[in-house]
Design a protein around this ligand. Structure first.
Ligand SMILES: Cc1cc2nc3c(=O)[nH]c(=O)nc-3n(C[C@H](O)[C@H](O)[C@H](O)COP(=O)(O)O)c2cc1C
Length: 300
């Protein structure tokens, strides 16, 4: 039977399925629960310097092939969140996600996360629905280089920039690798909107949201494929992984580990357990002896 385990930037993920940022990541209790339910690691909700309420409702809408959310990065601010982190009893890696609009804030937030025991830092350079943050920062290549370089210089834990889906993933990946990143997370949600034909109005309070779930899998696969061929650091795939088959496809595109977000909605709190069993069954069925045999297979 294939053993599902990955070593990445000095961290062990067993199984290599990690809770994505923003889903069940607000409290120590919910993060621990997700590990109990089969995740090999967890990412916190993205946290900024100050508390933030987020966007007005409706902020989530179910569309046929996925979910649109325009939460707008609601969070209690780093100091309150660190109190929560202090309650977390780690037995698997915990990755602290941070967002900011400038380098100094990214550095300060990352240092606080490190001081409160995270195993790695994830830089949110990719949220598509928070003006001035996320993808607005991630689309400025010079700023991205400066942020990554300075965070890497100032913390001792691994640093994982989380990139938005872009038509050119090669340039940005090479920039973050040159800047010293230890791995790349791809992708965040895809900027999108929903319109109600009865009212003739956009559905989300913020007009625009981020699309996640099964419908974005082909976009995520393409991005991971392009990142894998452009850099030597590991890629953590994310976007629409809902079944063991999706997971295998992402590993074949070049992922060394995966993040699961919307699958909690589609498969339940034990999504990681279900996806792990399905992966093992499929790997056995196809005659693979280890996960390593399929990482990047689609590039041969
Ligand atoms: C409700 C919701 C909230 C999210 N919040 C964050 C966040 O705070 N930071 C972040 O980097 N990504 C956030 N994301 C994006 C997810 O981490 C993930 O990148 C995206 O949903 C694609 O993966 P999925 O298809 O498995 O959900 C959020 C997604 C959803 C659905």
């Amino acid at each position: 039977m294939v053993h599902l385990k990955t070593n990445l930037a000095g961290l062990t993920f067993e199984p290599p399925l990690i809770l994505a940022s923003g889903i069940m990541g607000q409290t120590a209790g919910s993060l621990e629960k997700m590990i109990e339910m089969g995740m090999g690691g967890v990412v916190t909700k993205s946290v900024g310097s100050d508390s933030r309420e987020g966007h007005p409702n409706p902020s989530i809408v179910d569309v046929e092939t996925g979910i649109l959310n325009a939460m707008g990065l609601p969070n209690p601010g780093i100091d309150e969140f660190c109190k929560e982190l202090g309650k977390f009893i780690p037995n698997k890696p915990i990755i602290g996600s941070v967002y900011a609009s400038n380098t100094d804030h990214f550095v300060g937030l990352s240092k606080k996360m490190e001081d409160h025991g995270v195993s790695a830092v994830e830089l949110n350079l990719s949220c598509p629905h928070a003006e001035g943050y996320g993808a607005s920062v991630g689309s400025d290549v010079g700023l991205v280089r400066d942020i990554v370089e300075n965070v890497v210089k100032n913390v001792d834990v691994p640093v994982f920039p989380k990139l938005p889906p872009m038509s050119d993933m090669v340039t940005i990946s090479q920039v973050v690798e040159d800047a010293g990143a230890h791995g790349i997370v791809a992708i965040n949600t895809v900027k999108s909107m929903a319109i109600n034909y009865e009212t003739g109005r956009p559905v989300l309070g913020n007009l625009y949201g981020g699309y996640s779930g099964p419908g974005i899998k082909p976009i995520g696969l393409r991005c991971v494929f392009d990142v894998y061929k452009s850099v030597d650091i590991p890629v953590i795939g994310c976007g629409g992984v809902t079944t063991g088959r999706d997971a295998l496809e992402y590993f074949m595109a070049g992922s060394s580990a995966l993040q699961l977000g919307s699958s909690i909605y589609y498969r339940g709190l034990d999504a990681a357990e279900k996806i792990s069993s399905e992966m093992i069954e499929l790997l056995d069925q196809e005659g693979y002896g280890s996960l390593d045999e399929i990482i990047g297979l689609a590039h041969q």
